[in-house]
Ligand binder design. Sequence first.
Ligand code: URA
Length: 286
Amino acid sequence: MVSVLEDEMADSPSRAEIVDMLRQHVEAGCTDMLAEAPVNHFANHSTPPQAPLEPTHEIKPEIKPEVNFKPAAPQLATPQIPTANAADSAAASAEVAAAADSLEALQNAIQGFDGCGLKKTAKNTVFCDGVAGAKIMLIGEAPGQDEDREGKPFVGRSGQLLDTMLATIDLSRAENLYISNIVPWRPPGNRTPSAEEIAICRPFIERHIALAKPDMLLLVGNISNKTLLQTETGITKLRGQWQTYEADNISLPALPLLHPAYVLRRPETKADVWADLCALKTRLAG
Ligand code: URA
């Protein structure tokens, strides 16, 4: 009996190995269970998944009464083989984005786009939240775990802080704010999106801005500012100073703001955010 157990244990991974495997999964962003049994999507593409890939929670798309465009219910991302060439993918995303003539068409186009590897590991394509057609469009970096799960931007801890901060100057996604991200898919483990991933997704957010037609942009965090202002200046220097976003014959005032996740880590920066929001309020009143 003892020797049978010893034989079995000899084949089993050690506790340290199991902990290491779990750690690798968490770092890769595999923190949620999609189905009861594992599915090897690469084994046979013609075979349907053995278990339904249903989210383990109910997703209720928010209804916005005053706009024509209602974001479609988030869809589970279909696992795809990674594309080899990022430049080709960026060209493909530019073509797909340019062809979209409405927000709804753009959302569908992004959901159907398979040229970005991030989509493979994300549960949802996170397109937008808030009031389409609002004068102010806020753009963050990329969805985190909560956003990926719910299919909406800024719904986790940093999103809650963002809502609280903006409420102090009477801005809310329920009334007068439209929100999106540079990258619509969660990078595994919440890592920063790579330069290639950003290059592939950039045509989407540029087209998103063109179709949403805001009067001004709030650019939240380093990636949002660096990508849309095409600057190497860091957010701690840029914050609070009005910039100009220029793309596709569009020119818009853009205010760089500290990312709420950074403010959560560095509470002493709340005063800076407060000063920037006061400046924004003054501009909105003027
Ligand atoms: N951080 C972002 O930049 N965007 C989100 O949607 C959530 C967290």
